[in-house]
Design a protein around this ligand. Structure first.
Ligand code: ADP
Ligand code: MG
Length: 979
C-alpha cells in the first residue's frame, strides 16, 4: 500500500519560470487579466476559470485560451491583486499562502459561488492558500480561526432565566390573576391585590427554576464532543479539535473518521464514505480525488468532495477544508430548516391538548357558576371575582411543562446510571420499545475470539493436535490467514479485529513469525470486505512471484476454489471433498463457532481475480457468551420485549448461540438468512421479519432493511450497534443504542442512547427508567387534574346548592399556587416501581390518559370536592379550606402507584422528596392558620376542636374512599403481567 499521499499534480509547472499575470483592464467589480500561459492551452484556461470562480466574492469568470485573458465579475471588495495571485497559482506559480488574507477566505457567507468539487485539487489548494503537502502555517491557521470563527454548527440558544420568567408572567393563569388583582383594587381590596402579586411571583420563580434546569438538561443532550481529527499543519501531522479547523487545513481521512468540515480531496485510496447523515444513502459512496464533477452536480454526486457529518468507512485520503461551521453543507441545511429546537415530543403535544380541553370545560363551569350567581342576584363584583378565582383554580397551569420537566428529570436520573440520552423523546419511546435487535458480536458475545478447531485435509482437529504431515497444511493455512490480516503486533500484544487476532495468535502458537512472514511476502494490494462481500483478499509479491491470500465466509471462499491442499500436496477439489468441507463447516458452526474459510493462489497479479484458488481449510473461532447476556435476554422477555439477534455469521453459528442464550421464548429458534432478504418485496419482509429470532449473514444495508421491515409491521424497534456502518440502521430505529466504550464515534453520534458499558443490563435499566418516566407523567397528571377538579366541583356544587362561597378567591389561589406544584414535582421523581420490568410496554399510539383514566380522575376529584362541600355546610369558615388542602396533599400518596396499594407489602418504596414536599406544604398550611397576617389575608377565623375534627374528616375521608376504589380490581390498562 502507498506509504504517504502522493503530491498532487499542479497545473502546468513546465513554463512557470517567469510568472506573468497582469491586469489589462479594471473597473469596479469587473477585471480583465492576462497571462500568456493561458494561450493555446484549453486545460489551463479551464483550471484558471474554476480557480477564479472559487475566489469568494467572484460571481462570474471566464478564461480564453485564444486571447490568453480571463474576465472576472465580482463584488467590489475583491482586489485585482488577489485575482492575479489566484490566477497565477492556478497556472503554476508556487503557492504563497501569505498573499491571501485570512479574512478574505473566511468572510464568505455565500460559498454557493464556489464550485470546489468541479475545480482541480491544485486550484482549490491555490485558492485557499494551502501548500498541498505542508498544510497551512500554524500562524495563518490561527489568524483564519480568529477571523472566521470556530468550526461549530449553530445550535439552539438556551432560554435565559429572565426569558423563562417573562414567559411565566405572560401565561393564561397569570393573565387571569392579573384581572383578579385589578378587580380587587377596583373593589377596594388592595391587600388582596398585593398578595396575588406575591403569589404570582413566587409561583413563576418555582416554575422558572424547574424549567431552566430542564432546559439545561435538554441543551446538554447534543453535547457529545467529537473526537479530535488528524490534520497536517506546517508540515506536521497533529490531532486537532474539530472546532479549531479552518478553511485551507489539510485533513487526513481514515476509517472511522467523522469528517469535521467540507473538504476537497487531494488524494484518495479506496476511499469510501457513509453519507447517510447528509443524503440518506445508506450504502458506502466511493470517492475519487480526480473525479470530473460538473459544477451543477448534486451533493450526492460530488465524488471529489467529502462533507461534514459523514463518516469514512474504508480506505484513506487527504483533503483540503473548503468550508467550516455553518458554511458547510450540513450547516446550511440546518440553517434552511431554521428551527434548531427539537420538535415537541408526542407526550408534550398530548398534554398541550389535554390542557386546552380542560380550559374549555372549566371555562364553561366558570360561566355556569357566574350565571347562577347572577340569577341569585349577587353583586356583580363578587361574581366577577369568584369567577376569575375559579378560573385560576381550574386552569391546569403548565401541563405541557409537566411532561418536559418530568422527561428531563428522567434524563438526569439516567445520566447518573451512565445512560446517556441524546433526545428528549427517546425517554418516552424507551418505555414503549417492543423489539430489540441485538448485535451478536460484542453485545451478546464477548468479542474475544480464539481458534478452537481447524478443518484441513479432511480432518477436524483441535489446534493443539497438529502433528506430522498435517502440520504443514496447518502452517500454510495460518500463513495465508496471517498475511490476509491487518493485525499489528508489538511484543506479545496483538492489535486488530478480534477475528484476525485470533487467527494470527493461532499462527504464533504454531511457531509462525508474522513479521518475518510479512517481509518475505510484502502486501501490494487489498480487496477489503464490503457490502455483499464477506471475504477479504490480499495480493503479496515475494522474491519468486506473487501470492493471493483469501479468507472469509466459507461458502464464498469455497466457491472460488478448484484445488485443495493435502498432506500429500495439491489435489483437485472434487465433489466428495467439497461435500466433506461443507459438512465440517456445518458441524463447527453448530458448536457456535465463527467459521472462516482460507485459500490461496500462487501467481496472478489482480487481487480482484479470485478464481482458481487452492482451498487450505476452515478455521473455527470460539467467542464466549458475555456474562449476564442470557439473564438479560430472559429479563427482556419478561418485560414483554422481543429480542432479535443480528449477525454477519452464518445461520448455524447464529442458531447455536441463540440456543445457548435461550433466545426464543418458546424454545424454537427461527433463523432468517439476510441473503434471502434482498430480493423479497418489502411487504413480504414486513410480514416475515417479526417472526424471526435470528437474522444471519447480515450486511449493514440488511440491518436497515430489517429495521424498516419491523417498523412497517407496526413495531417500536430499538437497535444496538457499534460499527461505522451501523449508522443508518441506528438512525432509522426508534431507539438507536450505541453500546459501551468499544463503539465508534459514528455510532455514538447518531445513536439516541449511549450506554457507557457493554452490559445489556444497562439497556434494561434504560427501559425501566423510560417506563418509570412515562408512569410518572401519568402520576403527576392524576394529581393535578384530580385536585383541580375537586376545587371546580366544590365551587360548582356550592353555587348550585345556593351555599355561600365555600372558598374565597384568596384561598383558591393559595390552594393552587402554594400546595399544588411541589407535590406534583416530587411525583415526577418517583423511582421505578419494583415490577416495571414485569409489565408489558405501553402502547405508544394510545393517549397518555384514556377516557377511562379521565373518568377515574374526575371521580377522585369529585370525592374530594364532595367531602369539602359537606364540610362547608354549617362548619366554621376555614374547615373546607384546610380540609380540601390536606385532602389534596393526602391524594398525592394515592397517586404514587396505579397498581399497588399504600399499605400492602408491595407498596412502592419511600420517596423522600415527596415526603419533604408534603411536609413543607403542611407546614405552610399550619402557618396559614397560625400566623396572624396570613390568617387575615385568607379570611380565616379560629376553628375550635369541632372545626379541627371537621378538617381531619374532610382530609382523610376522601383518601379512604378513593383508596378503596383503587384497590378494587379493574381492567388492566395495558394488559400488564400483573393481571
Ligand atoms: P457480526 O455482525 O456478527 O459482527 P461480521 O460482519 O463482523 O459479523 O462478520 C461477518 C462474516 O464476515 C463472518 O462470519 C466472516 O465470515 C466474515 N469475516 C469477518 N471478519 C472477517 C475478516 N477479518 N476477514 C474476512 N472475513 C471476515
Ligand atoms: Mg462485527
Amino acid at each position: 500500500m502507498d506509504a504517504g499521499p502522493p503530491a498532487p499534480v499542479p497545473a502546468r509547472r513546465r513554463r512557470a519560470k517567469r510568472p506573468r499575470t497582469e491586469v489589462v483592464h479594471a473597473l469596479p467589480g469587473r477585471y480583465r487579466l492576462a497571462d500568456r500561459r493561458l494561450r493555446g492551452d484549453a486545460d489551463a484556461a479551464e483550471a484558471a476559470r474554476l480557480a477564479l470562480l472559487g475566489v469568494p466574492g467572484v460571481t462570474q469568470a471566464s478564461a480564453s485560451a485564444v486571447t490568453g485573458t480571463a474576465l472576472v465579475r465580482c463584488i467590489p471588495s475583491v482586489t485585482a491583486k488577489r485575482l492575479c495571485a489566484v490566477l497565477g497559482a492556478a497556472l503554476g506559480d508556487p503557492p504563497r499562502p501569505r498573499a491571501l488574507s485570512s479574512a478574505a477566505v473566511q468572510a464568505d457567507p455565500a460559498s454557493e459561488a464556489h464550485a470546489w468539487h468541479a475545480m482541480p485539487a491544485a486550484a482549490v489548494a491555490a485558492a485557499l492558500g494551502c501548500a498541498p503537502k505542508r498544510g497551512l502555517p500554524p500562524a495563518e491557521a490561527a489568524a483564519r480561526l480568529a477571523a472566521g470563527g470556530p468550526n461549530l454548527l449553530a445550535r439552539a440558544e438556551a432560554r435565559s432565566a429572565a426569558a423563562i420568567f417573562a414567559e411565566q408572567l405572560t401565561s393564561v393563569p397569570v393573565a387571569l390573576l392579573g384581572a383578579s388583582a385589578l378587580v380587587s383594587v377596583a373593589t377596594g381590596g388592595l391587600a388582596d391585590a398585593l398578595a396575588i402579586g406575591a403569589v404570582v411571583l413566587l409561583n413563576a420563580g418555582i416554575a422558572t427554576t424547574t424549567e431552566r434546569s430542564a432546559e439545561r438538561t435538554i441543551q446538554g443532550l447534543s453535547d457529545v464532543s467529537p473526537a479530535p481529527v488528524p490534520v497536517i499543519r506546517g508540515g506536521r501531522r497533529m490531532m486537532l479539535e474539530v472546532a479549531g479547523i479552518v478553511p485551507g487545513d489539510l485533513i487526513l481521512l481514515e476509517p472511522g473518521t467523522l469528517v469535521p468540515a467540507d473538504a476537497r480531496l487531494i488524494t484518495a485510496t479506496d476511499l469510501t464514505l457513509n453519507e447517510s447523515a447528509l443524503t440518506g444513502e445508506s450504502l458506502p459512496i466511493v470517492k475519487d480525488a480526480d473525479a470530473g464533477v460538473a459544477v451543477v452536480a448534486p451533493l450526492a454526486e460530488r465524488r471529489s468532495m467529502v462533507f461534514r457529518g459523514t463518516a469514512v468507512t474504508g480506505g484513506s485520503g487527504l483533503a483540503i477544508v473548503t468550508a467550516t461551521g455553518s458554511a458547510t453543507e450540513i450547516g446550511r441545511i440546518q440553517a434552511l430548516l431554521g428551527d434548531l429546537r427539537p420538535p415537541q415530543t408526542p407526550i408534550e403535544r398530548q398534554l398541550g391538548e389535554v390542557g386546552r380541553e380542560l380550559i374549555i370545560v372549566n371555562g364553561a363551569i366558570c360561566a355556569a357558576v357566574a350565571g347562577i350567581g347572577l340569577l341569585r342576584g349577587q353583586p356583580w363584583q363578587a361574581i366577577l371575582r369568584s369567577a376569575i378565582s375559579l378560573a385560576v383554580a381550574a386552569v391546569p397551569e403548565g401541563l405541557p411543562a409537566v411532561a418536559t420537566t418530568t422527561l428531563a428529570l428522567g434524563i438526569q436520573d439516567m445520566r447518573e446510571k451512565q445512560i446517556l440520552v441524546r433526545r428528549l423523546d427517546a425517554v418516552e419511546t424507551l418505555g414503549a420499545v417492543e423489539v430489540v435487535c441485538l448485535d451478536k458480536t460484542g453485545t451478546l458475545t464477548a468479542n474475544r475470539m480464539a481458534a478452537a478447531a481447524l478443518h484441513l485435509d479432511g480432518a477436524l482437529l483441535a489446534p493443539e493436535a497438529l502433528v506430522g504431515a498435517r502440520r504443514a497444511v496447518a502452517v500454510a493455512l495460518l500463513e495465508a490467514a496471517t498475511l490476509c490480516s491487518d493485525v499489528e503486533e508489538t511484543g506479545d500484544v496483538l492489535a486488530g479485529s478480534p477475528t484476525e487476532t485470533a487467527l494470527v495468535r493461532a499462527g504464533l502458537e504454531l511457531g509462525l513469525d508474522p513479521a518475518a512472514l510479512r517481509s518475505r511476502w510484502p502486501r501490494k494490494q487489498t480487496v477489503p470486505r464490503a457490502e455483499g462481500r464477506k471475504r477479504m483478499a490480499t495480493l503479496h509479491r515475494g522474491r519468486n512471484g506473487t501470492l493471493l491470500a483469501v479468507k472469509g465466509d466459507p461458502a464464498e471462499v469455497l466457491a472460488r476454489c478448484t484445488k485443495r491442499l493435502t498432506a500429500a500436496g495439491e489435489v483437485p477439489l472434487d465433489h466428495a471433498a467439497r461435500s466433506a468441507i461443507i459438512a465440517a463447516n456445518d458441524r463447527m458452526a453448530a458448536q457456535a463457532l465463527r467459521v472462516l474459510g482460507v485459500a490461496r493462489r500462487d501467481g496472478g497479479g489482480d487481487p480482484h481475480d479470485e478464481r482458481d484458488l487452492t482451498w487450505l481449510g476452515l478455521a473455527g473461532l470460539a467467542d464466549p457468551l458475555r456474562p449476564g447476556a442470557a439473564e438479560a435476554i430472559r429479563a427482556l422477555h419478561v418485560a414483554g420485549i422481543r429480542t432479535m439477534m443480528i449477525t454477519g455469521d452464518q445461520s448455524a453459528t447464529a442458531y447455536a448461540i441463540a440456543k445457548e442464550l435461550g433466545m426464543p421464548r418458546d424454545g424454537e429458534v427461527r433463523v432468517l438468512e439476510a441473503g434471502a432478504l434482498r430480493d423479497l418485496p418489502p411487504e413480504a419482509l414486513a410480514a416475515l421479519a417479526p417472526q424471526a429470532d435470528v437474522f444471519a449473514r447480515v450486511s449493514p444495508a440488511n440491518k436497515l432493511q430489517i429495521v424498516r421491515a419491523l417498523q412497517a409491521s407496526g413495531q417500536i424497534v430499538a437497535m444496538t450497534g457499534d460499527g461505522i456502518n451501523d449508522g443508518p440502521a441506528l438512525r432509522a430505529a426508534e431507539i438507536g443504542i450505541a453500546m459501551g466504550g468499544g463503539g465508534t464515534d459514528v455510532a455514538r453520534e447518531v445513536a439516541d442512547i449511549v450506554l457507557a458499558t457493554d452490559e445489556l443490563g444497562g439497556l434494561l435499566e434504560a427501559v425501566a427508567l423510560g417506563r418509570a418516566t412515562y408512569a410518572n407523567i401519568r402520576k403527576v397528571l392524576r394529581y393535578l387534574v384530580g385536585t383541580n377538579a375537586s376545587e371546580t366541583m366544590l365551587m360548582l356544587g356550592a353555587a348550585i346548592a345556593g351555599l355561600p362561597e365555600p372558598l374565597n378567591p384568596m384561598q383558591l389561589l393559595w390552594l393552587n399556587l402554594i400546595s399544588d406544584p411541589l407535590p406534583a414535582l416530587a411525583l415526577g421523581l418517583e423511582a421505578p416501581e419494583p415490577d416495571v420490568l414485569e409489565q408489558l410496554p405501553h402502547d405508544p399510539r394510545a393517549p397518555i390518559l384514556s377516557p377511562d383514566d379521565f373518568r377515574r380522575l374526575l371521580r377522585e376529584g369529585a370525592v374530594m370536592g364532595t367531602a369539602a362541600l359537606v364540610s362547608a355546610i354549617g362548619a366554621p369558615p376555614g374547615v373546607a379550606f384546610h380540609g380540601l388542602t390536606l385532602a389534596q396533599l393526602a391524594h398525592a400518596f394515592l397517586c404514587r402507584s396505579e397498581t399497588h396499594g399504600l399499605l400492602g407489602a408491595d407498596r412502592p418504596p419511600t420517596n423522600p422528596k415527596l415526603l419533604g414536599a408534603i411536609g413543607l406544604c403542611v407546614a405552610l398550611q399550619a402557618a396559614a392558620q397560625g400566623v396572624g397576617p396570613l390568617r387575615r389575608l385568607l379570611g380565616l377565623g379560629p376553628l375550635g376542636p369541632a372545626g379541627w375534627l371537621g378538617v381531619a374528616a374532610t382530609a382523610l375521608a376522601p383518601l379512604a374512599v378513593n383508596g378503596m376504589i383503587s384497590a378494587m380490581p379493574r381492567r388492566p390498562r395495558q394488559g400488564g403481567a400483573h393481571a
